[in-house]
Design a protein around this ligand. Structure first.
Ligand SMILES: Cc1cc2nc3c(=O)[nH]c(=O)nc-3n(C[C@H](O)[C@H](O)[C@H](O)COP(=O)(O)O)c2cc1C
Ligand code: SF4
Ligand code: SF4
Length: 380
C-alpha cells in the first residue's frame, strides 16, 4: 500500500524497485554501511553504501589512507562482506547501491557476478585521495574515461544496474563525459556538484537521458527544489544526512508533490528550464527561446509540432479548444495562472495535479525522442 502510494507520487523505479522518496544517502567510506542506512530508512529511498575497495590495488590504497587517518571499510573478504551488507538492507524498503573502488573492469565484473542484481553497482569515479588515484581508481577515471567506459560495459555484461559517481568540473567537458557514461550503458549518473550550482545539473540533464542524482550540500528544500527544477531525479546527502534534515526534506518534497503533481517539474524554457521544459512550450510562433532551442536540438518546427501532437494523441492533453493553440499540449506550467487552461481542465474533469502528471508523460516522450536520435547537447 505504502509502496503503491510512493509510486503514484514519484513514479520512480530504480533497479526494478519503487523508490519511496527521491532522497538518497551518498557514500562515505568507513561510515555509510547497512546499519547506518537502516537507521535512516523512514526518510530515504536509496542508499549507496561504501565506498568499498574491491581488489588488491584499491585495498592497498585504502590501507595507506587508513594509516594516514581516514576512515575506510577494510575486510579480508570484500565479496562476503558486501553480500552481508546487501542482505541486511534487503526487505527494508531502501533501494540498495554499493559504491565501489576497483582498478580494472574485471574487478567490477567479478563482484557483480558474485552478488547479482539485487543491488545497484556504483563506480566511484570521485575519490581524489592520491593512493586511490594511483591505483587507477576514483578520480583517475574522470581523466581516463575509456577505462571508465570499459568498467561500465563489464558491469552491464553482468546484467546489473550501474551508477557512476562523478565530481563535476574535473573532466574538461562534463557534457561529453555524461554522454560517454550514457552510451557505455550506465543507468544512473550521480554528480557531486562541488562549487557548481543547478546550471551544471541542467547541462548534464540536456546531455543524456540517465537518472540524474544531484549531490553536495542538499541540506535545504530551496536547494533541492532548484536541482529538481533543472533536471535532477533525486538528490543525495552525505555529511548532513542526519534524521532531522532527512525528515524535513522528505516532508517538504512530499507536500510540494501533492500540491503540484510532478515533483521535479522543470522551469519553463524561457525561465531557464532544461530540455524537458518543451512540454510546456507553445507553438513556435513568436520570438522567444523556443526557436533557438529547437535549432540547437536539430529539430525543425514541423518535427516539433508533429512530435507533440503525436505524443498527446488520445491522452487527456489532446483537447483544449478554448486554449491559445487549441490543445493542452501547448499549455503552460501550472505556476503560470491562466483562466482558459483552468476552464478547460475543469470541463475535462482534470485536476491541476493530474494535468502536471500528464505533462510529465509528455516530457518523457519528448526526451525519449530527442535522445533516441543522439541529439547534440544543448549549449547552456
Ligand atoms: C568522510 C567522507 C567519506 C567519503 N567517502 C566517499 C566514498 O567512499 N565514495 C564516494 O563516492 N564519495 C565519498 N564521499 C563523498 C560524499 O559521498 C559526497 O559526495 C560529498 O560529501 C558531498 O556531499 P554532501 O555535501 O552531502 O556531504 C565521502 C565524503 C566524506 C565526507
Ligand atoms: S514557447 Fe512559451 S514557454 Fe516556451 S520559451 Fe517561448 S514563451 Fe517560454
Ligand atoms: S491557454 Fe493559457 S496556459 Fe494555455 S497556452 Fe494560452 S496562456 Fe498558456
Amino acid at each position: 500500500m505504502e509502496t503503491m502510494r510512493s509510486f503514484e507520487r514519484y513514479h520512480l523505479l530504480l533497479n526494478g524497485h519503487v523508490v519511496r522518496t527521491p532522497l538518497a544517502l551518498s557514500a562515505m567510506a568507513g561510515i555509510v554501511d547497512a546499519d547506518y542506512a537502516l537507521a535512516r530508512a523512514s526518510h530515504i529511498g536509496v542508499a549507496f553504501l561504501g565506498g568499498f575497495s574491491i581488489d588488491g590495488p584499491t585495498m592497498e590504497a585504502s590501507r595507506i589512507m587508513e594509516r594516514s587517518g581516514r576512515r575506510e571499510f577494510l575486510y579480508d573478504d570484500p565479496e562476503e562482506e558486501l553480500c552481508r551488507q546487501a542482505s541486511l538492507v534487503n526487505g527494508s524498503g531502501i533501494v540498495c547501491g554499493l559504491n565501489l573502488r576497483g582498478a580494472t573492469p574485471e574487478s567490477f565484473a567479478n563482484v557483480a557476478s558474485q552478488i547479482g542484481d539485487q543491488v545497484i553497482y556504483e563506480i566511484d569515479a570521485h575519490c581524489r585521495q592520491a593512493p586511490m588515484v594511483e591505483a587507477r581508481s576514483g578520480e583517475y577515471l574522470l581523466s581516463h574515461s575509456d577505462l571508465l567506459a570499459e568498467e561500465i560495459r563489464a558491469l552491464k555484461r553482468e546484467d546489473v544496474t550501474v551508477s557512476v559517481k562523478i565530481r563535476a568540473g574535473v573532466s574538461p567537458d562534463d557534457r561529453r563525459l555524461a554522454k560517454k557514461i550514457w552510451t557505455a550503458g550506465a543507468d544512473i549518473i550521480h554528480v557531486d556538484l562541488m562549487d557548481y550550482d543547478y546550471q551544471k545539473i541542467r547541462q548534464i540533464r540536456n546531455s543524456c537521458p540517465l537518472v540524474l542524482i544531484a549531490n553536495n550540500s542538499m541540506n535545504t528544500f530551496d536547494r533541492v527544489r532548484d536541482m529538481f527544477s533543472h533536471g535532477a531525479d533525486l538528490v543525495s546527502l552525505a555529511r548532513n544526512a542526519d534524521l532531522r534534515t532527512l525528515a524535513g526534506l522528505d516532508a517538504a518534497i512530499e507536500r510540494h508533490t501533492d500540491e503540484h503533481g510532478w515533483y521535479n517539474a522543470p522551469k519553463q524554457l524561457c525561465r531557464g528550464g532544461d530540455v524537458r521544459a518543451l512540454t510546456f512550450c507553445c507553438m513556435p510562433v513568436k520570438d522567444c527561446p523556443l526557436l533557438p532551442t529547437l535549432d540547437r536540438l536539430g529539430l525543425s518546427r514541423e518535427e516539433y509540432l508533429e512530435l507533440k501532437q503525436r505524443a498527446v494523441a488520445g491522452t487527456p492533453l489532446e483537447p483544449g479548444a478554448q486554449t491559445c493553440f487549441g490543445s493542452l499540449a501547448w499549455c503552460c506550467k501550472d505556476s503560470s495562472p491562466c483562466m482558459f487552461r483552468e476552464m478547460t481542465l475543469s470541463q475535462c474533469g482534470l485536476s491541476r495535479q493530474e494535468y502536471m502528471r500528464q505533462k510529465k508523460q509528455l516530457a518523457d516522450k519528448i526526451v525519449q525522442h530527442l535522445f533516441s536520435r543522439h541529439a547534440e547537447p544543448h549549449t547552456n
